[in-house]
Design a protein around this ligand. Sequence first.
Ligand code: FAD
Length: 456
Amino acid sequence: MNGSALVLGGSIAGLLAAAALSPHVETVTLVEREDLLDPNRRGVPQGTQVHALLGAGQRAMAALLPGIVDDLVTAGGRLVDSPHEVAIYGAQGWAGRVPSEAHVVFMRRPVLETVVRRRVLALPNVRVVTGVVSGLTGGSDRITGATLQGGETLTADLVVDATGRNSKATDWLADFGFPAPATKELRSYVGYATATVRLPDGVFPPGVVGILSHPHPGALRGSAVVPCDNGLYQVAALGMMKADPPKDREGFQAHLEAAPSRLVAEVAAKAEFVEEPTVYKVRGSLRRMWEELPAHPPGFLAIGDAVMSFNPLYGQGMSVAASEARILHDILRENDARAGVADHGLAARAQAAFTPVVDTVFGMVVSTDAHYPGAELEGVTAPDPEAVRFGRALSQLATEDPEVALALKTAGHFFDTAPLRSPGIAEKVAAWLADGRTPAAQDPTVIPPALIETTR
Ligand SMILES: Cc1cc2nc3c(=O)[nH]c(=O)nc-3n(C[C@H](O)[C@H](O)[C@H](O)COP(=O)(O)OP(=O)(O)OC[C@H]3O[C@@H](n4cnc5c(N)ncnc54)[C@H](O)[C@@H]3O)c2cc1C
């Protein structure tokens, strides 16, 4: 263990990067513009919106912070077998519900972040500095630290940018002659409104704990009601292509009513609102191609939303950040035998190692969002028609075939598309397409029984 690291931004990606670095360096300094030690910290602006932590994120977090999932549950988080217990009505009808290992932690984002922060800040070599980063230090050969508004300079062998979607690192690096990374953007103009509620007993059919009526290219308004922590629920109105939900209660309810299934609206009408809806808008998905720079800035690494911020509807951002942090941890372990974090090529290797997970998830997002009428694609290739046909057939099959339903969910939750390419599934898709089949007609207001029931 030698050297020092500086992590810019103390939200999920920054905290998990600090956890990954901690065993491999003498000191990790986490710089955050908001006071991380303030127990009433409001957290990131999107923190009032509904958030879910997927299986991929839980596994990666637990590798860095053993026992963290238990900690989340102890803090009130609800662990749900989402493919079985959450009823999802999408473009092809109700997705088949099947028992799975793709459990999801549902909890309010600030509560989740508090648990992660408590664990990371308890690491003996992690210290926090409150301040606004205004630039980097170093030269054309290496980044060596960061400057804060007010003039303070912090130095380190490795600087990790975790300042999120609006990261200014591109401008900061330009001061030392490093070119900006190319960007890819898919603008599908996503709007959220979320309210925390209490629900009376009996609003869901047995075995169901949440309902998601997904927006899709044929229906721009969507809705969700899912559990969160400590017995509470969150109701969300979702909009694509600027069909933004309003925050006034009447408009919020009207938006829920306009979703493909009005079941969420029916549940919301019975809810006791603990907090009024708050809104948030995001342009879509933005990818910075850091790993493609002809000469990666030594000593500088980007992570989390600073690399790729996704359309949040698919609930992947925190889990991708956690996966990247785990990859960083693995690279650091291999690297300890070399020069530690001072190794000139470390940042470039880590940045490149993030690519497979980021590209897999970006591909999943593009496969849906590129089809919204008027979606704007910049540097993004639209999916090829064969892949589109295959994907549509998979979603259709998933309404009735438990194996396909499980494979589709597993791929989405663990960022692994291999199960979808198994010979058995390829055969089923080929037969479905050859027969020109379409899903059986379903009533959007009636949740069908699970394809496989459990005794839970
Ligand atoms: C509406 C919405 C819903 C979402 N739902 C989900 C979900 O269900 N599941 C999921 O996994 N993800 C979800 N996400 C994505 C998730 O919020 C992010 O992917 C996640 O927070 C990781 O982001 P990050 O840490 O990279 O950046 P952020 O969370 O944006 O954090 C950046 C941090 O850097 C700090 N910072 C910025 N600039 C400076 C500076 N100059 N100096 C010092 N500090 C600075 C900020 O204060 C902040 O703390 C959602 C996002 C949105 C917008």
